[in-house]
Structures are given as C-alpha cells and as structure tokens.
Design a protein around this ligand. Structure first.
Ligand code: ATR
Length: 283
C-alpha cells in the first residue's frame, strides 16, 4: 500500500519541486535550487523527500497528484526513475538512469539525465579545461560512470579508457558506447606504462576514503584529475592527483551545481548563474 508523503504540505498556487532519494538528509540540492530561484525570481519551493526503498514509483505519483512539478532523483532510485519515465531524452535513454523528472501537460512522466552535462560544463566552463583531443582515463564502471559517458565522448577526447576492478563491467560499457569514440576497457593492473591527460574518478571509493589501485606515473605534465564525488576536505583521489603532479585536481562540487542548473533549465526555461552558488557552497 502506498504511504503518505513525509512532511510534505503542498499549497495550491505554488510550484513544487524536490529531490528524492534514500537517504536524503545531507542533500545540498534544496539549498542550490533555493539560490537559483532567488537569483532568477522564480516563485517555487524545492524540498527533500526521503522515499522508502520499496515505494519509489508511488512516492513520485503522490508528489505529482499533490501538485508537484518536477523531481531530482538521486541514489538509489535513478534506474527506477528511468523505468517509470514515459518519455526519456536521448542521453537518459542510453545512460539507463534518470536524475530529472517532470510531468508534461498530459501528466505523463518525462525523464532526463543532467549528470554528464553537469560534469562537462564544470570541466569546460568553470575550470576552462578542454576534453577534446585529450587522453582520458575513467575510473569505475558503475551507474555514475554510465550516466556521464555520452556527454564526455561527445567532446571527442583522443581516446577514452575505462578502468574498473571488475573488468566485465567496463567491457559492458564499451559495448554500449563504443560508437561514440575510441573507447576501451582495462583492469587497473594494465594501466602501468600508460599516460593520461585527464583522469576522472567515477568510483565510489572516495565514499570509503580509499582509492582505486592506481599505478604511479600515469599522469602527463599538464594532467587534470577530477573526482565526481565531493567532500569538505580533499578526497583521497584529489590528494592522489596533487601528489602525482596534476596541474589541477578537484572534486565534483561544481558538477553537482551544474547538473542542478541544467535540471532547473529543463523545468523553468531559465539557466541560473552557477559560480556564485559554487562559491557559497565552498564556504
Ligand atoms: P554508482 O552508482 O555510484 O556508480 P555502483 O554501480 O555500485 O555505484 O558502482 C561503483 C563503482 O565504484 C564500481 O565501478 C566499483 O567497482 P566494481 O564494479 O569492481 O565493484 C567501484 N568501486 C567501489 N569501491 C571501489 C574501490 N575501493 N576501489 C576501486 N573501485 C571501487
């Protein structure tokens, strides 16, 4: 039986949005979207909803029926959000995951995935680093990496290598995305002797405060290291990049804000300014 939405009071005449996940208490999304709304003069309320693990579709439906306009979806529901989307963007379709939902004029659920766009915008615009023509190494082959591969490959890196503990998962991603570029799968132990201009960490190792088993000396002189995770202190991967001589080694806070901005744009048709929000979160 569907449960009632926790602590959700929807007033008529207000546009409601929310991030939905489990757990959700530490989400920065309400703060980010509140900043976007103030900055663009949009009258909306953005909340955080913790959905029970077994009733995600019901929660989405209750939110819609209560007048909700759109949802950001986070762990562990992105795949289920893909499944319940009546219509998906091309990027979301291939990513197999949806992080942005909204309801169209026929009340049907539409889905997109703004994670990859957020990552690429953070690298290209905020950090002013090119991806085109670079030798790219991606660490990890889970949902987070699958969600960003298409936008990354569309920037035309020279080559893109996916390294993963479980090689078969990396090979699976190569099978799914190899039409978009020069993509290959390797085990960490095969990386010794190679060199890369950009290393993106898409593993969840940073959550455990650890690093994938990376060999030394795989960074070129001008290398950029990017951790899709973010934390108050430098992550183990950000430290690894700095220690290894990367010219830039950063976490994914900017990606978080940029993917939120892209969702906001989908919902409201206005692109908020992100740098002030990233600075606010850094402090
Ligand atoms: P997510 O949705 O965050 O991507 P996931 O699908 O569980 O979560 O994937 C987690 C990724 O981090 C995987 O690539 C995983 O490697 P395996 O596929 O071999 O399990 C990787 N990972 C997690 N902890 C790791 C660690 N300590 N070292 C290296 N890779 C790790």
């Amino acid at each position: 039986m569907a449960r009632t939405l926790p602590e959700l009071r929807l007033k008529p005449g207000t546009d409601y949005y929310a991030v939905i996940g489990h757990p959700i208490t530490h989400s920065l999304s309400p703060l980010i979207h509140q900043q976007f709304a103030e900055q663009t003069d949009q009258n909306l309320i953005y909340q955080a909803i913790e959905s029970p693990l077994d009733t995600f579709p019901e929660m989405v439906e209750q939110f819609r029926q209560a007048g909700g306009r759109g949802l950001n979806v986070t762990v562990p529901f992105k795949q289920q959000a893909w499944e319940i989307s009546y219509q998906r963007s091309e990027v979301a379709e291939r990513a197999g995951a949806v992080n942005t939902l909204w309801f169209d004029d026929r009340d049907q659920i539409r889905g997109d995935n703004t994670d990859g766009c957020g990552l690429v915008r953070d690298i290209l615009i905020n950090y002013q680093q090119a991806i085109t023509g670079k030798r790219l190494l991606i660490l990890g082959a889970g949902g987070a990496v699958r969600g960003v591969l298409e936008p990354l490959l569309k920037e035309n890196p020279d080559t893109c290598v996916i390294a993963n503990r479980t090689l078969s998962r990396a090979e699976e991603l190569v099978g799914l995305f190899s039409d978009l570029g020069d993509l290959s799968a390797v085990a960490y132990s095969d990386l010794a002797g190679s060199s890369f201009d950009m290393v993106i960490n898409g593993t969840s190792a940073s959550l455990q405060g650890t690093l994938p088993p990376l060999p030394e000396n795989i960074l070129t002189k001008e290398a950029v290291c990017y951790d899709m995770m973010y934390a108050k202190k430098p992550t183990a991967f950000v430290k690894w990049g700095l220690d290894g001589g990367a010219k830039l080694s950063v976490d994914g806070l900017g990606m978080l804000v940029e993917q939120a901005a892209e969702s906001f744009f989908i919902w409201r048709g206005i692109r908020p300014e992100t740098s002030s929000v990233i600075s606010l979160l850094r402090t």
